[in-house]
Write a protein that binds this ligand. Structure first.
Ligand code: ZN
Length: 153
């Protein structure tokens, strides 16, 4: 036992050093657009099980400013959708309408206005096959129309 700790530390150090640049795994890219009509252009997004990370780009194809028709893209488990939307409502635009520290939020972009776009990259490590995931816009009132399913697996 005496030697186990230095040995593990050495292995971890070596492993870290030897990891190739793509060790984070396959990066899968998704795109979705939001409009001035309070709609996303997709109702479902699919992430294959071999995607280690997802790069999601949200484009606001409208013209209205973020204060009037802001959109974000927020990923949650479907049963958490309403609670996350309600909690985000009072967080304000400067917090992207996401309640600070809301653990139910798996990933989210910032809020963008017309003509803007934003991207996030998040790991799929916490996603489970068969779990029911939804995405939504947490701008107050938008999730009634701006929501869809994310299928992992
Ligand atoms: Zn929105």
């Amino acid at each position: 036992m005496k030697h186990s700790i230095p040995t593990i530390a050495a292995l971890v150090a070596l492993g870290g050093f030897m990891l190739p640049a793509n060790a984070a795994g396959k990066l899968c890219k998704l795109e979705i657009a939001g409009t001035d009509l309070m709609k996303y252009d997709k109702e479902e997004l699919k992430v294959a099980a071999d995607c280690a990370q997802v790069e999601l780009t949200l484009k606001h194809t409208g013209k209205l400013p973020a204060q009037a028709m802001g959109h974000n893209w927020t990923l949650v488990k479907t049963p958490d959708l309403t609670a996350v939307a309600n909690a985000g409502m009072s967080a304000g635009l400067e917090k992207d309408y996401i309640a600070p520290g809301d653990k139910r939020v798996i990933a989210h972009t910032k809020v963008v206005g017309g003509g803007q776009s934003t991207s996030i990259t998040f790991p799929t490590g916490t996603l489970k096959k068969g779990e029911d995931y939804s995405f939504l816009c947490t701008f107050p009132g938008h999730s009634a129309l701006m929501k869809g399913k994310l299928v992992f697996g």
